[in-house]
Design a protein around this ligand. Structure first.
Ligand code: SAH
Length: 248
């Protein structure tokens, strides 16, 4: 299955081992680790026995963007809703959608560090933010246990599947995180150029766009079209300004 568990800056090796064990229990195999405080394959497999197939294949990367570059559906996880409006969902509802996405593109499920969780910036990279239900008084789960609960829901959601369904031939697959980042950058540059941010905060406008587009799965063609709109606005205004005309 094209599904990667991403641990962003895990601080405790024991939690990496717990996550690996949970993945082995529930049949997930791909793990990416972003800037771990410590990583020692020997110690991890010493805690989580018979998980060499996962640990030997771990992708160790320096940035979250690197871990997400090929993903077409990015799911964050968080214990609590922050102030920003995002696409929040429960693992049970989201699991079937995640499995469907994993059949046609790469899915990344991102877990935050033990002391701070995921930053707003990291959550901005996510199409959906999954919140595991808990009592409101104590909502923060241990990292390894959060991975277990998510992997368990995916396992249950997949249990009813008998082989994969036929997939219609699409000329273009879903846009990757890289393509989406390029699109947002182009749109932001275009909006900047028409002074859209004079009266509005760029950060919150861009976040609202991310939230809205995050609800749909843009394919590569659609992402490129939106990026072109941004580029065209910028280029056109640059041409007009160069001629000395007023861009009105
Ligand atoms: N103090 C941090 C908690 C981090 S717990 C905070 O309040 O954000 C470490 C990670 O475990 C989180 O980043 C998230 O990936 C996962 N996690 C913990 N509790 C969770 C919950 N209730 N739902 C979803 N993910 C959770």
């Amino acid at each position: 299955m094209n599904l990667t568990v991403v641990l962003n800056e895990p601080q405790d090796l024991v939690n990496i081992a717990a996550a690996v064990r949970a993945m082995a229990n529930m049949g997930l195999a791909r793990l990416a680790v972003v800037n771990p405080r410590e990583f020692d394959a020997w110690r991890i497999t010493g805690i989580a026995h018979r998980t060499d197939h996962i640990v030997d294949a771990v992708a160790r990367v320096d940035s979250l963007d690197e871990a997400l570059a090929d993903a077409t559906f990015v799911v964050g996880t968080s214990a609590r809703a922050r102030t920003a409006q995002r696409n929040y969902s429960r693992p049970r509802e989201l699991a079937p959608r995640i499995l469907r996405h994993a059949r046609k593109g790469g899915v990344a499920i991102v877990f935050g560090r033990e002391d701070r969780g995921l930053s707003n910036d990291a959550l901005d990279r996510c199409h959906e933010v999954m919140v595991i239900p808990t009592t409101p008084e104590y909502s923060s789960l241990n990292l390894g246990q959060a991975v277990l609960l998510v992997a368990y829901e995916l396992f249950l959601a997949g249990a009813g599947e008998t082989g994969s369904l036929p997939v219609g031939k699409r000329s273009l697959g879903p846009a990757t995180a890289d393509e989406l980042e390029e699109m947002y950058a182009a749109l932001e540059a275009g909006l900047e150029r028409i002074d859209f941010f004079k009266a509005r905060k760029a950060e919150s406008v861009m976040r609202t766009l991310r939230t809205a587009f995050g609800r749909t799965t843009l394919d590569a063609h659609e992402a490129r079209l939106l990026a072109s709109i941004g580029y065209q606005v910028r280029n056109r205004l640059e041409r007009i300004t160069r001629k000395g005309d007023s861009p009105s």
